[in-house]
Design a protein around this ligand. Sequence first.
Ligand code: ATP
Ligand code: MG
Length: 183
Amino acid sequence: MRFSRLRLSGFKSFVDPTELVIQDGLTGVVGPNGCGKSNLLEALRWVMGENRPTAMRGGGMEDVIFAGAASRPARNFAEVTLTIDNAERLAPAGFNDADQLEIVRRITRDAGSAYKANGKETRARDVAMLFADASTGSQSPALVRQGQISELINAKPKARRRVLEDAAGIGGLYQRRHEAELK
Ligand code: ATP
Ligand code: MG
């Protein structure tokens, strides 16, 4: 699966709708301190299902909503849309009905967050599973946070194994086994 576009609206410092086209090959994001580079990566993590406020440098999940600035009032919702090129039809069943797969996550103050896949409401766990199977999930080692390398070096063996499993794309299997055992 290849990411082809990221759209943000009301997400952190990206109060106005912003669209990034992700071309083939390497993409670099450059800009002065505080311009929103890390916020972009957090948007990517968030639309793939990240639910830990700390991973988004916040105290609660609603902290991803634009909080207002001197000249602009706060927003009531934040929305991130990730477009995935699915021309090769590699997306799993349930997500594989078009050449493009568009995942939308929206959070509204006091009303929590909801997902859509190609316009249809989708459960958070199905979105998480989609990305876990593709080894790109919100916690996948494909996204390397500041400080994460030293965390990995100092991690206990079990935590380190988890990282290797996510890299191998088998995180979703554990999730399914866990759910099967609960049934
Ligand atoms: P650096 O080069 O220092 O790493 P950066 O380009 O990664 O900077 P970010 O950390 O992505 O910058 O952006 C930080 C900016 O985002 C700050 O100005 C902060 O006030 C703003 N910001 C974060 N959350 C919100 C929010 N909920 N509402 C409005 N602005 C926000
Ligand atoms: Mg940064």
